[in-house]
Design a protein around this ligand. Structure first.
Ligand SMILES: Nc1ncnc2c1ncn2[C@@H]1O[C@H](COP(=O)(O)OP(=O)(O)O)[C@@H](O)[C@H]1O
Ligand SMILES: [Mg+2]
Length: 385
């Protein structure tokens, strides 16, 4: 027997154990194959818009898509012509072969349903939900929004009604926080203060150290000093639920690491957002997660094949007349486009071989289905007929 034979078999087995992550050659293929698409990037670059367009395309392809958005400005709800999008999936009717639904993440009600799920019984759930401390922190605790976005993602991907879940990431200053969200929650549960507060005997309170005291003080400052007792009651009511939370956090992390999950990086060609995109790609790289595609949104068209300097020279020659002014404009546009190209070069290289797709700066905001369709045409070409 050739010595190669067993090694081939081993190779197959290894492949079956760890399926390789999808590495789509085009955005079209990504939308066809991915089961979870996560749009990330800094604020204002077009994440919410992109997430909606990717879900729309999946629906056009005949898939059952749901987009989860975290859009306090409700721009997407407006764009989709829907007032009624809420924390549960709402179907959007339209001329597509598949199905399109949307969810507007409501951090507070997602947190409430998480509590209800993990509570031992209705009585425990009620004790937590009606607790003043809980009502104050459930919306305000840092990382809650990121964690709840992941929670929603988990819930939707487990739902047989959908083939693909597209997630818009929170408009947090640190667009990456959501990657840490499940871990942060686990860390919170491991926190000494938490363990001290949930300890059955009050005597243990003597053990509260300086760090814990300062934590409580800063919490008290936000929610009012009198809630300290409420806080203790909350943590005590929480007892027994950590395990459920922890398991769920692990499951969410696994989901982010799943080969059928695709991260789409959205950037605009400005220096600062490109810098943040680099950082984001780095962070994903540290977690061994490749960027599946890069969308560069709001690109200025150059309008001309000529170099900016040549156009500038021409505008000088023609100075004084209308044509001179036009050439000056053209030179300005060409210069902006050239600068944008410079900013983007390294980024495309960093995410290679991920496909890079450019979307021009449209004349107006994307505020309706026509706007989304226009973006889709730039991302994918004309829809399948
Ligand atoms: N290609 C584009 N051309 C013009 N306006 C755009 C384009 N893409 C997005 N916008 C607009 O830019 C704003 C920010 O987009 P949004 O998708 O909400 O970004 P993010 O979710 O990253 O903060 C919105 O008003 C949107 O309509
Ligand atoms: Mg957004």
């Amino acid at each position: 027997m050739s010595p190669d034979t067993p090694s081939v078999a081993t190779g197959d087995a290894a492949e079956a154990e760890a399926p390789t992550r999808i590495a789509p050659a085009t955005l079209e293929e990504l939308v066809e194959r991915a089961e979870i698409v996560i749009c990330c990037g800094s604020g204002g670059v077009g994440k919410t818009t992109s997430a909606a367009v990717l879900a729309l395309r999946a629906a056009q392809q005949g898939r059952r898509a749901v987009v989860v958005t975290i859009d306090p400005a409700r721009r997407l709800a407006d764009a989709l012509g829907l007032d009624g999008i809420g924390n549960t999936a709402t179907r959007i009717e339209g001329p597509w072969a598949g199905e399109l639904s949307a969810v507007m993440l409501d951090t507070k009600s997602t947190f409430d349903s998480v509590v209800a799920r993990y509570a031992g019984d209705d009585e425990q759930a009620e004790r937590i939900l009606s607790n003043r401390f809980y009502r104050n922190i459930s919306g305000a605790l840092s990382g809650t929004q990121e964690y709840m976005a992941m929670e929603k993602l988990y819930e939707l991907q487990a739902d047989d009604a959908f083939d693909v879940v597209v997630v818009d990431t929170p408009p947090s200053r640190h667009a990456l926080d959501f990657l840490d969200a499940p871990r942060n929650l686990t860390r919170f549960l491991d926190h000494r203060l938490y363990r001290v507060l949930t300890a059955p005997t009050r005597g243990v309170m003597k053990a509260v150290n300086a760090a814990a005291v300062s934590f409580v003080r800063s919490v008290s400052k936000i929610v009012g000093a009198e809630v300290f007792d409420d806080a203790i009651a909350f943590f005590q009511a929480f007892e027994g639920m950590e395990e459920g939370f922890r398991e769920r956090a692990d499951a969410v992390l696994q989901l982010l690491d799943d080969p059928r999950t695709a991260f789409v990086l959205v950037a605009s060609p400005r220096r600062d957002t490109v810098a943040e995109a680099h950082y984001f790609a780095d962070r994903l790289g540290e977690a061994d997660i490749p960027v599946a595609a890069l969308i560069v949104n709001k690109v200025h068209p150059s309008f001309s094949d000529q170099l900016p300097e040549a156009l500038r020279e021409r505008s000088r020659t023609l100075a004084g007349g209308d044509l001179g002014g036009l050439y000056r404009n053209l030179a300005d546009f060409a210069l902006i486009a050239a600068r944008e190209d410079e900013h983007l070069d390294g980024l495309a290289e960093q995410v290679a071989p991920a496909p890079v797709v450019r979307v021009p700066y449209l004349r107006s905001d994307v505020h309706d289905l026509d706007g989304l369709t226009e973006i889709a045409d730039h991302l994918f070409g004309a829809p399948p007929s």
